[in-house]
Design a binder for this molecule. Sequence first.
Ligand code: B12
Ligand code: SF4
Length: 449
Amino acid sequence: MKIGFLALSGVRVMDPELLQIGVNLPGFVERSKVIASLPSLGLLTLAALTPAHHEVAYLEVPDVDAPDLVAQLPGPFDLVAISSFTAMIKDAYRLADRFRAQGTRVVLGGLHVTLCPDEASLHADAIVIGEGEPVWPAVLADAEADELRKRYRATAPYDLSTAPVPRFDLLNIDRYNRLTVQTARGCPWNCEFCAASVRLQPKYRTKPAEKVIQELHEIKKLWSAPFIEFADDNTFADRRHGHALVDALIGEEVRWFTETDISVAGDETLLRKMERAGCAQILVGLEDPLDGTDGLELRTNWKAKQRAHYLESIRRIQDHGITVNGCFVLGLDTHTPESFERIWEFIQESELYEVQLTILTPFPGTPLYRRLKREGRLIDLLAWEKRTLFDIAFQPARMSTEQLRTGLIDLAERVYSAEYTSIRRRRFARRLLQKDHRSSETEAALTHR
Ligand code: B12
Ligand code: SF4
């Protein structure tokens, strides 16, 4: 069969004013440019599990509504596989419908399909619920025999020690500035709003460090000094694996970014190794550093304990030359119109190098979605295109949607302004210089003893 793996990439915001901010504010534009072109790791992984007698192609589809799209893609395909995040799902459905109208079979999978299988089923010949690896070979065998079933679902968590090297070789490598590698899947904390792969399969699993290195080596064949984003929910949740991973990365000469929780700050040895292993930045969910998170089934006890140490933890991490991208969630049930000012003060005091401001987002399939639905607080129930982390899809508890919207815009204008972006960069550089100066003085004192 000729199989097309079709990816819908790019980032998305619906609110026109925010979109404008995204275009104009330096601090925001930088990060969007960096990530907007990441390829779909899910599809590259499935391509790697596709038996060699099939012909495969990986394609980015920038505009699903382009006239003659199907004819322009290098098909015709016997089967196309499309991945899904919630914000782009309607595009994915339109793309699927166009292929099916021309007689091409479509298999849909990914996060949104897993969370809303009945809806997705209307647009596909087959859907895959949950992790793709365990069922993909069966999907292909059934498609070859013309016996595709409507639904496939893995029965057990996928063992990442058997993970194939994703088919990075299918990429037109020049169009990417970073590539993703996965070192762990899931997260033990299970926050109420989390819509990451913890929802595909809740069990937290890690990929053996040597397998991660094998993937890096494959990437290096295409790109000698790559920048890697680990596509993990929480890379260092398993500390023993975290240490093994950074030990293996030391000497690989790759720079990398990942997402983890703030508790890494308490492990000085790990931080030192991360620095040596090329860690450039970690994204850490701070949610709200000051208010309680009542009403949220967050990792309450753990979270409550960490919050008291946020400032110290951020400094400790950044003192290792690793920048922290602090991610805030606006619109929590405890938030009032005054909360934005407090968060702004915290951001300044923290000297965070990078800041991500997001709106509490009820992704389908999350406990948050179910609670807000129960409480009658969801707006535009099926407006999936607004699940961008920046658009508002629910009624906040202690302010109006407009107050939340203007609060975000006002804060974004301050945080991502040219002036404050450069202050953030300078402060980080100055502190590192001071630290380096201090450590070389200590070194000199020790050698002269
Ligand atoms: C890398 C990444 C991106 C890349 C994606 C590149 C791409 N084309 O895939 C970029 C930077 C472009 C991106 C953009 C966005 N992202 Co993003 N991103 C991630 C991140 C960090 C990792 C995703 C990943 O690679 N996972 C690893 C792969 C292996 O897993 P997977 O894709 O789920 O695939 C597995 C299964 O789902 C299944 N599968 C997947 N597809 C298919 C298809 C078929 C046919 C089959 C059979 C199976 C199958 O098999 C795979 C192997 O098991 C996650 C956070 C996280 N830590 O998970 C957020 C995350 C996925 N992103 C999120 C969001 C909100 C967005 C944006 C809306 C942000 C925005 N405002 O623009 C956009 C939407 C973009 C889009 N095109 O839809 C949310 C999605 C929540 C949801 N339920 O939709 C997440 C979970 C982060 C979060 N904060 O909650 N993102
Ligand atoms: S800590 Fe992050 S990845 Fe883990 S459940 Fe919470 S939001 Fe999701």
